[in-house]
Design a protein around this ligand. Structure first.
Ligand SMILES: Nc1nc2c(ncn2[C@@H]2O[C@H](COP(=O)(O)OP(=O)(O)O)[C@@H](O)[C@H]2O)c(=O)[nH]1
Ligand SMILES: [Mg+2]
Length: 258
């Protein structure tokens, strides 16, 4: 990955980091995360210090002060960008908005509540960067989930069902920490809840996917935006849609030019 030489002073370092084209864009969808978002932004900046990166928070029309507290941080963190949907459109759409706006060739996504640990992200970025172009995505796999027992059980059952039906090689589809090639993501069909089916859609497009164990932390502020029943209900309709896409996803195994 190309890197600019080390700048001389702190002031010029700031200007340089802010203006040079980033290698990596860290995209964070947020909805009503005013308590968690500022610390998370600082943690991401610390984890990527010394690299050419940008942080793109996408506020999905929060009704709390999420957008304001993030905007106030922009002077402290020059790599921080804050986008805001005019109307709530869901986590997947927020990820997509961030990826469309991203300037880095590699995109990291992280949950906005601080449950993913930004310190894991550079390792995944390096692994993707060192891999072949056909490697489209590296997904985080939470080894020790820090969630309620009911959420852990529901998620275990949902993951087993999804994996059996979609054959998507994924043990932990719900992990918000993922790293992928921006151009690969943009080739995928978009639908609400796509963020849980990214490995399946990457495989459909002909990319390989890999997984890496990551840390997981308790939510210390704000509330979960999903409940088990709601998630189960939508996953029934999502699953049949994704299976249809898989059936209709004929793949030429690459192509050649004469
Ligand atoms: N943009 C956007 N983000 C959302 C929405 N719902 C949840 N999120 C974000 O998605 C991430 C995961 O949500 P969370 O409630 O923590 O799910 P849980 O960890 O499974 O309980 C967090 O960063 C949320 O702020 C939404 O409607 N829009
Ligand atoms: Mg969470």
């Amino acid at each position: 990955m190309a890197r600019a030489p080390a700048p001389k002073s702190a002031a010029s370092a700031k200007a340089k980091t802010a203006s040079r084209t980033p290698d990596v864009s860290i995209v964070v969808p947020v909805y009503n995360e005013e308590g968690a978002a500022p610390d998370l932004a600082r943690e991401i900046a610390a984890a990527f210090k010394g690299r050419a990166f940008e942080i793109v928070f996408v506020d999905d029309a929060s009704t709390d002060a999420t957008r304001a507290v993030l905007t106030a941080l922009m002077t402290d963190i020059p790599q921080l960008r804050v986008l805001g949907h005019r109307k709530n459109a869901g986590q997947s759409r927020a990820v997509r908005t961030g990826v469309l706006e991203a300037r880095g060739a590699i995109v990291v996504t992280l949950d906005g509540d601080g449950q993913n640990d930004p310190a894991d992200a550079p390792r995944l970025v390096d692994r993707l960067g060192a891999g072949p172009a056909r490697l489209g995505l590296i997904g985080g796999e939470r080894k020790k989930r820090q969630d309620s027992l009911s959420k852990k059980y529901a998620s275990r059952i949902a993951n087993a069902a999804r994996r059996a039906m979609l054959n998507d090689q994924t043990n932990d589809a719900g992990c918000g920490l993922k790293v992928f090639r921006r151009d690969a993501f943009l080739r995928l069909p978009f639908f609400d809840h796509l963020h849980r089916y990214l490995p399946a859609m990457m495989l459909r497009e002909g990319y390989e996917v890999a997984f890496e164990p990551v840390n997981h932390r308790h939510r210390t502020t704000g509330v979960s935006k999903y409940n088990n029943l709601g998630r189960l209900w939508v996953s029934f309709s999502d699953m049949s849609g994704v299976m249809w896409l898989q059936r209709r996803g004929r793949n030429p195994q690459g192509w050649d030019e004469s």
